[in-house]
Design a protein around this ligand. Structure first.
Ligand SMILES: *[C@@H]1O[C@H](CO)[C@@H](O)[C@H](O)[C@H]1NC(C)=O
Ligand SMILES: *[C@@H]1O[C@H](CO)[C@@H](O)[C@H](O)[C@H]1NC(C)=O
Ligand SMILES: *[C@@H]1O[C@H](CO)[C@@H](O)[C@H](O)[C@H]1NC(C)=O
Ligand SMILES: *[C@@H]1O[C@H](CO)[C@@H](O)[C@H](O)[C@H]1NC(C)=O
Ligand SMILES: *[C@@H]1O[C@H](CO)[C@@H](O)[C@H](O)[C@H]1NC(C)=O
Ligand SMILES: *[C@@H]1O[C@H](CO)[C@@H](O)[C@H](O)[C@H]1NC(C)=O
Ligand SMILES: *[C@@H]1O[C@H](CO)[C@@H](O)[C@H](O)[C@H]1NC(C)=O
Ligand SMILES: *[C@@H]1O[C@H](CO)[C@@H](O)[C@H](O)[C@H]1NC(C)=O
Ligand SMILES: *[C@@H]1O[C@H](CO)[C@@H](O)[C@H](O)[C@H]1NC(C)=O
Ligand SMILES: *[C@@H]1O[C@H](CO)[C@@H](O)[C@H](O)[C@H]1NC(C)=O
Ligand SMILES: *[C@@H]1O[C@H](CO)[C@@H](O)[C@H](O)[C@H]1NC(C)=O
Length: 865
């Protein structure tokens, strides 16, 4: 044996100068390997230097794939100590001390012959595709650096690593290691770096790690570790970075980590199952932390004010917890904070204090506050955040609302890249000052109550790539200025946009543009009608294809869905600032009204309600056409009805609610009390006449399908507002077609609040349960009144309105009143539709709609065929 080795070393020594033929060298090596392969030798006891070359060759031979030619120079014509990636000892010539082959895309197992390189101090095979097991480490007593990270090694954590007592750096991240981290690891007294992240390790974090006082970086993130975080880790006073994120760790925040002399700069505990409150002294116990990641856990309670004491804090991520209460203004002390994410909690901030405080964070670049309970107006002081070079601002999914709108000061945020205000309750228009945000790449304002036109100035935002204004109330035309932009995505769907769709720029790419749900748009490449009147047929076909099927499906579900919404939905819209008409209350005289209506003449009579009469009239001075509802005070309940309607409409205002222009309470010529309400006159009358107009055979006064649908949407809007969004929930109690008025533009306005408007104590409505007792008692109209009222219930509820609305929807589609003679015995309008839908749809549908539907049926066959 020893002879053999000697002869080998002699051969090696003598061959170098002579450069023998390749063949003889290979034969020699082959024989040699064969020999060693059959005889067992305990290498650990061999203090020889000559065999390292063999272990290297064995290692190389097991590699199945390498960059072509890379290992050519690993040949016997040169000393292995000069082979690329190999370094030898100077003290012990020929002994390999470092093998560093990182990032070469090497494939295959790591030969266990590596375990024979007993002088090895550095083994770095990171960033390859080595698979199989780890090499045996037990004899590598001199090993200091072990980096096998980013491979595909399947093995359990090597217990034998404990024997490599000189190890300073262990990096085994990003492999497929399984099993537990052995407690004995605590014996590795010289360890400074232990990275085991991105494996499949299980079990607990061994508390014995607390014995390795030299450790300064510990990373075991992205494993499957369980249990709580051992307080012993707090003993590691040299620790700089601690990453335990993305495991299944439980328990509270590890208070053992908190220490005034703590050197920790980076602490990541995110994506675990940590719970309970954050310790109040957290900020004092982590004095040096620059980055703190606690997101996606189950922490609760308030954000500790002491966080404001971590003077060097740069990045704070607390999103995805259950934190509550007001956001501490102490965060304003953080001079170096550049990234703050508090999204997805239940945090509050009322008023502008918090934003004022944040304006002191001069380094702030990214601010994420989405999906919390922040409310009120977005404070104007948001503009002060400009001094911080804000580049990302997300306030989406809160309860920001606007009497304050989007503050024009947003234009001061000139460095902004991302602005996300989606899913709030913002009203008003987009401020033109936004044009100053010239770096902006993404604007998200979907799901608000924004109005007005889409500002042309958006066309000046050269960097804009993504614009989402969907689900708002934008009207008017799409500005052609948007054609100029290098947009990649544009979503203007579900607004009230009208007119021709621009053709150039992004508008030429139908996959990048969403415009659906805008009934007034035409043209464009998309399958919308062309912008000429002749396109009516196509238009109808389009609407029908897109809308009829879902609508009928939805109709049958409408009640259910709406009821669900009642329960789920939080209030959406603030009441617009009311202009109380109190001051006008007495200013209009009886004489004025008598004149306007030609002494309340029959010719001006437009209708009779249960408590009075409605006349059409023209106010001379104001040159205003009005409807005057005169209350018949002899009738029981009329006085109450008057007050009730005044009260109802005093504080609420919505574009689909018929507003009172004036209320008039005075005396007539005979000295009797006279009470009347003035409304804007609606020239197109009410829905009832439109639906049931029999016609004189000449002028077809007829509502098309899409018109009916759009009216239904108007009423739904109005009811939603009344029930949820106007401060105190209001119940109309008499939703029926004759109370739905049509204005010049054929928009529906819900009117007549006189019969019954009830108020619900808003504190009791959060659950959607809207029981109230009314002094007036429940009224309504037969056919539309909810069965529970008819049964004698004295409680009005929003669900009652919803029921009536459902009936109105059915009436609009069937053209039949719920009181139609055909509905008798067991048949009513609800089960009539139900029984015939969808197979016998033509049987149910208003006959005046069947023409459109035949087109539709035809269009459908064509599109399917
Ligand atoms: C390590 O060396 C011993 C002899 O010193 C040998 O028996 C063993 O096979 C070697 N291991 C590998 C994997 O080459
Ligand atoms: C062997 O390696 C040397 C460099 O060490 C190289 O110049 C030579 O071309 C290699 N021989 C072969 C056959 O690849
Ligand atoms: C082995 O070590 C001896 C001295 O320790 C040295 O003379 C000899 O050259 C070394 N062999 C090789 C192959 O480096
Ligand atoms: C291993 O080598 C790679 C590539 O040179 C290097 O980036 C990495 O820092 C090395 N690992 C260690 C622990 O030094
Ligand atoms: C190392 O391994 C040997 C067995 O090979 C064992 O006896 C010894 O206790 C281990 N531990 C240390 C720290 O060397
Ligand atoms: C620990 O490492 C240092 C140098 O990093 C070295 O001087 C010391 O001897 C090592 N201790 C042990 C027990 O290996
Ligand atoms: C493994 O960790 C060490 C210690 O921090 C580091 O130097 C090395 O770059 C890491 N390896 C890779 C491939 O990143
Ligand atoms: C971890 O283990 C699970 C289940 O044993 C397996 O599905 C998953 O692929 C593993 N992941 C890795 C990175 O090895
Ligand atoms: C190592 O830590 C464990 C538990 O943390 C402890 O019981 C043990 O005494 C420590 N050992 C040494 C040598 O410090
Ligand atoms: C973690 O372990 C659980 C069982 O202990 C297993 O179901 C799950 O797949 C594992 N997850 C991963 C990412 O390995
Ligand atoms: C259209 O827009 C989509 C989505 O932005 C994009 O992937 C695609 O490349 C665009 N096509 C053209 C022709 O610009």
């Amino acid at each position: 044996m020893s002879n053999c080795r000697t002869s080998m070393s002699v051969t090696m020594a003598s061959t170098r100068p002579k450069r023998p033929g390749k063949l003889s060298m290979l034969i020699l090596l082959g024989l040699f390997l064969l020999f060693f392969g059959t005889i067992k030798i305990n290498c650990a006891t061999l203090p020889d230097n000559s065999t390292d070359v063999l272990w290297l060759q064995a290692f190389r031979n097991e590699i199945s794939s390498a960059p072509s030619g890379w290992f050519n120079s690993w040949n016997s014509s040169s000393n292995h100590c000069v082979w690329p990636g190999v370094r030898c000892s100077q003290l012990h010539p020929g002994r390999v001390v470092a093998l560093e082959l990182s990032g070469l895309n090497l494939v295959g197992p790591i030969s266990s012959s590596i375990g024979n390189l007993t002088f090895l101090r550095t083994l770095n095979l990171s960033r390859n595709s080595f698979s199989g097991q780890l090499p045996p480490l037990i004899h590598l007593q001199k090993l200091q650096v072990l980096d096998l990270s980013m491979n595909q090694l399947h093995d359990s954590f090597p217990y034998a690593i404990v024997n490599c007592s000189k190890l300073r750096i262990i990096n085994l991240s990003k492999n497929f290691l399984v099993g537990e981290i052995p407690p004995q690891i605590g014996l590795m007294s010289n360890l400074s770096v232990l990275f085991l992240s991105w494996n499949n390790l299980t079990g607990v974090i061994p508390p014995t790690l607390g014995n390795i006082t030299t450790i300064d970086r510990l990373g075991v993130a992205y494993n499957n570790l369980t249990g709580s975080i051992p307080d012993e880790l707090g003993k590691l006073q040299n620790m700089l970075r601690l990453g335990l994120g993305a495991n299944m760790l439980s328990g509270g925040f590890p208070e053992g980590l908190l220490n005034r002399s703590n050197s920790l700069q980076y602490l990541a505990l995110q994506s675990n199952m940590l719970n309970s409150k954050l310790p109040p002294n957290i900020g004092n116990g982590l004095p040096k932390v620059g980055e703190l990641y606690l997101y996606d856990n189950m922490f609760e309670g308030q954000i500790p004010a002491s966080l404001g004491n971590i003077s060097g804090l740069q990045r704070l991520e607390l999103q995805g917890n259950s934190l509550t209460g007001e956001i501490t203004t102490s965060l304003g002390n953080l001079q170096y904070l550049y990234y703050l994410n508090l999204e997805k909690n239940n945090l509050e901030a009322n008023g502008s204090e918090f934003f004022n405080a944040l304006a002191n964070c001069r380094s702030l670049e990214s601010l994420f506050l989405a999906d919390n309970q922040l409310q009120g107006a977005i404070p104007n002081t948001i503009g002060n955040l400009s001094i911080t070079n804000l580049v990302q601002l997300s306030l989406a999914g809160n309860k920001f609302s606007g009497t304050g709108n989007i503050p024009i000061q947003v234009g001061s945020l000139t460095g902004l890249f991302v602005l996300d205000l989606s899913s709030n309750k913002l009203t008003g228009e987009i401020p033109d000052t936004l044009a100053k945000c010239q770096s902006i790449v993404t604007i998200q304002m979907a799901q608000n109550f924004l109005v007005g036109t889409i500002p042309k100035i958006l066309g000046m935002l050269q960097s804009l790539s993504m614009l989402n204004l969907s689900h708002n109330y934008f009207s008017g035309a799409i500005p052609e200025d948007l054609e100029r932009l290098q947009l990649r995505q544009l979503d203007l769907s579900y607004n009230h946009l009208q007119g021709e769709i621009p053709k150039n720029g992004i508008f030429g790419n139908s996959t990048a543009v969403s415009l659906q749900g805008n009934w007034g748009l035409c043209g464009g490449d998309i399958d919308l009608p062309t912008c000429t009147a002749a396109s009516w047929k196509r238009k109808a076909g389009y609407y029908l294809i897109r809308v009829l099927i879902p609508v009928f499906g939805l109709l049958s579900l409408a009640l259910v869905i709406y009821l669900l919404l009642l329960i789920k939905r939080t209030p959406k819209r603030e009441c617009l600032s009311m202009h109380s008409f109190g001051e006008n209350f007495l200013k209009i005289s009886y004489k004025d009204l008598a004149e306007a209506t030609s002494d309340f003449s029959e010719s001006n009579l437009v209708g009779r309600g249960s408590h009075g009469t409605v006349y059409r009239g023209k106010l001379k001075e104001a040159k205003l056409e009005v409807a005057v509802k005169v209350f018949d005070l002899d009738m029981r309940g009329a006085e109450k009805s008057f007050l009730s309607e005044c009260e109802a409409l005093r504080s609420i205002q919505h574009r689909n609610l018929l507003p009172i222009i004036r209320a008039c309470s005075t005396v007539d010529y005979t000295g009797s009390v006279f009470k009347a309400l003035l409304y804007e006159y609606m020239p197109n009358g009410n829905l009832d006449t439109w639906l049931h107009y029999k016609g004189d055979g000449k002028t077809p006064k007829h509502l098309g399908f899409s018109q009916r649908l759009s009216l239904a949407v108007n009423i739904a809007d109005a009811l939603d507002y009344l029930h949820h969004d106007c401060g105190r929930p209001t119940i109309h109690c008499d939703v029926k077609p004759s109370n739905i008025l049509l204005n010049d533009d054929m928009n529906a306005l819900l009117g007549d609040f006189g019969i019954a408007s009830f108020y619900v104590d808003s504190s009791s409505t959060s659950t959607g349960s809207t029981t109230i007792t009314s002094s007036v008692g429940v009224k309504g109209t037969i056919g539309y009144i909810a069965p529970e009222y008819a049964g004698g219930a004295r409680k009005a509820s929003t669900s009652g309105d919803v029921y009536s609305f459902g009936i109105v929807l059915l009436e609009m589609m069937t053209g039949k009143r719920p009181t139609d003679p055909m509905f008798k015995d067991e048949t009513n309008i609800v089960n009539f539709v139900d029984n015939n839908f969808p197979r016998e749809i033509y049987h149910v549908l208003d006959t005046r709609l069947t023409e459109e539907c035949k087109d539709f049926a035809h269009a459908k066959t064509v599109s399917e065929g």
